[in-house]
Design a protein around this ligand. Structure first.
Ligand SMILES: [Zn+2]
Length: 399
């Protein structure tokens, strides 16, 4: 995704307009902080912004002096974006520009760090659908920031400024933030920082207050669905379902697409059916025939319940006379209409609440199949009053 330009960013009109205006005005802050939910294009935008700043049309040491903002010989290009064709743009496209530094969280052994970093960058460069994923321990490594800070003492190599992009910058240590802060506060600094985070509150207040903030919003569901169909080759029905589950995060939708959403949805409905009829033995058979509660048990369970919720939401929409286009499971529209005709909206909402409670409860220490069974039996039992549950109900459900 390194080749993206600011003009090609999707789904973030406000952030995009702000960044293009910033580039056109050539009045820069020392540091920018892109914040918002994960998977909405902050990292892609950060690189596109960096490319625009390093593009030769903004001036370079090769073309003019350090103090010429726009040298007379600068090649023509858009005033608010990278040109995409100059020598600087070619280098930033492959992340080979000496004045572009790109840091992101990494986990694993220190001695394998170089390999891990270069493999990740290579995967990201060749796969336009690459998603950065981190385990709990992943962090911006000290050794990498130490090397970087040493370099900051020198002038940029080719461009009039150096741009440091730090993805998920909330994964740093206190002393790294202090060193960064020193650089940000340096007057007339030739380094510009572009930080991203989906966990704004985890960044020290000192960093937050010294950065120009740029807010990124969750993507619209339709945009995620369209993207999955046009760029990731997803079937329309699967794309709609993934988009509905994504919470506006393209990264989450892309991560989920390997999970065969249609198959999982059908499995979820196979369980929901005996549950709504109060058929305990049938429900137990459906659950025990599902053999995906392996190591990722809780995650599979959560997803199953989310699919069941999507179905119940469709029933609600159908009861309110929604058109086909607004149904997530529209490939099974006739079934939705038939079921919706036989159950009251209040009852559908009660079932949704039982599933919501189940989602919260599966965090508790209970085996996934038992948790699912008891949750789905609650769906069947109209006498069951979700509000009466204690907060830590997971271990105390009756089976
Ligand atoms: Zn250029």
């Amino acid at each position: 995704m390194a080749g993206i330009l600011l003009s090609q960013l999707i789904g973030q009109p406000d952030a995009q307009a702000f960044l293009r205006h910033t580039v056109a005005s050539a009045r820069y802050a020392n540091a920018y902080l892109f914040h918002g939910p994960s998977g909405v294009g902050k990292g892609t935008a950060a690189i596109a912004f960096a490319r625009a700043l390093l593009c030769n049309t903004r001036g370079s040491l090769a073309h003019g002096g350090l103090f010429d903002a726009v040298p007379a010989m600068a090649p023509a290009g858009p005033p608010d974006d990278a040109c995409g064709v100059c020598s600087a743009c070619t280098k930033t496209e492959s992340l080979q520009h000496p004045d572009l530094k790109f840091l992101f969280p990494v986990s694993g052994e220190e001695k394998e760090l170089d390999v891990t970093v270069s493999e990740t960058i290579e995967a990201w460069r060749v796969d336009p659908l690459f998603v950065f994923t981190y385990d709990k321990a992943a962090s911006i490594r000290i050794s990498l920031t130490r090397d970087l800070l040493r370099e900051l003492a020198f002038k940029p190599y080719e461009a009039v400024r150096r741009v440091v992009v730090v993805r998920d910058s909330d994964r740093m240590r206190e002393d790294q933030y202090s060193a960064m802060l020193k650089s940000i506060e340096e007057p007339g600094a030739s380094t510009m920082w572009v930080l991203t985070t989906s966990r704004l509150a985890r960044l020290p207040a000192t960093i937050r207050s010294r950065c120009q903030r740029v807010r990124f919003a969750p993507f619209a569901e339709a945009l995620v669905s369209d993207f999955l169909q046009s760029r990731a080759g997803a079937e329309p029905a699967a794309a709609r379902m993934l988009a509905a589950l994504s919470g506006g995060s393209l990264a989450r939708a892309l991560t989920l697409r390997d999970a065969q959403p249609l198959e999982l949805r059908n499995q979820a409905l196979t369980m929901l059916d005996p549950a709504t009829r109060g058929d305990g033995p049938g429900l137990w058979r459906a659950i025990t025939s599902f053999n995906r509660f392996g190591r990722a048990g809780r995650e599979s369970l959560r997803r199953l319940i989310e699919f069941q919720e999507l179905w119940l939401r469709d029933l609600l929409r159908a009861r309110y006379g929604a058109a086909r286009e607004s149904l997530v499971n529209r490939d099974r529209e006739s079934e939705i209409r038939r079921q919706a005709a036989t159950v009251e909206a209040t009852e559908i909402r009660r079932r949704l609440m039982a599933l919501e409670e189940a989602l919260r409860a599966i965090e508790g220490n209970i085996t996934p199949d038992l948790a699912l069974f008891s949750a789905l039996m609650r769906v069947a039992d109209p006498a069951f009053e979700t509000r009466a549950w204690p907060a830590h109900a997971a271990g105390r459900w009756r089976y």
